[in-house]
Design a protein around this ligand. Structure first.
Ligand SMILES: [Zn+2]
Length: 202
């Protein structure tokens, strides 16, 4: 059977490279933080959202081998923001253009700062400014079979979304709440900054 090539062209694939964790002590201090890392293939682009930590590096590499894509194939890395637990493995992606929103005051070597509320990456994929956790924060919205929001730390944990609680670490709690709401208005599935994807009730 022959499939029309248009189907292949429109297909957007989203894979989780590693599911990160966020563990706090009883006093709220962070014991362990590793971001979730996501691979998106769309419109001929191979995109990683948040490279995650050195600790997660073996898991990320195993995922690439299982999927049959390789870090050298990645042409675009989108950083939701500049925090270390999201960006340590950036060096895996030597051929990629690295994008971060211009609100960041952190220096990330080789990264290109982009500006605006929405930045189109390719058909079906866009960076959406979701500030509040920090000024530069962006999430990535993917229009696939479902609407996926790769939230980053706009939604660090599922609990933040379910109970509408701004990230504990934030620069502007009311902006952070608005960002959670914007994600909820769009997404069928949210991939939080830390932890497993979950369905919304949209
Ligand atoms: Zn963060």
């Amino acid at each position: 059977m022959k499939y029309p090539s248009r189907v292949a062209f429109l297909m957007i694939q989203l894979d989780i490279l590693a599911v990160g964790d966020l563990v706090r002590a009883e006093d709220g201090s962070i014991l362990k933080a590793d971001s979730t890392s996501v691979l998106v293939r769309a419109g001929g682009r191979t995109i990683v959202v948040d490279p995650s930590t050195k600790y997660m590096r073996p898991a990320v590499k195993t995922s690439f081998r299982q999927i049959g894509v390789f870090p050298k194939d990645v042409d675009t890395v989108i950083l939701t923001h500049s925090h270390r637990d999201h960006i340590e493995n950036l060096d895996l992606y030597q051929n990629a253009e690295v994008l971060i929103h211009s609100g960041s005051d952190a220096e990330i070597a080789g990264a290109k700062a982009v500006d605006g509320g929405e930045i189109k990456i390719c058909p079906g994929v866009r960076m959406v400014h979701t500030p509040g956790h920090c000024p530069e924060h962006c999430s990535v919205f993917v229009d696939s079979d479902r609407h996926y929001a790769i939230a980053g730390d706009a939604v660090p944990l599922e609990d933040n979304f379910r109970r509408m609680i701004p990230p504990r670490l934030n620069t502007d709690p009311s902006l952070a709440l608005q960002s959670i709401k914007n994600i909820g208005d769009y997404a069928d599935v949210v991939i939080p900054g830390h932890g497993f994807p979950f369905m919304t009730d949209r």
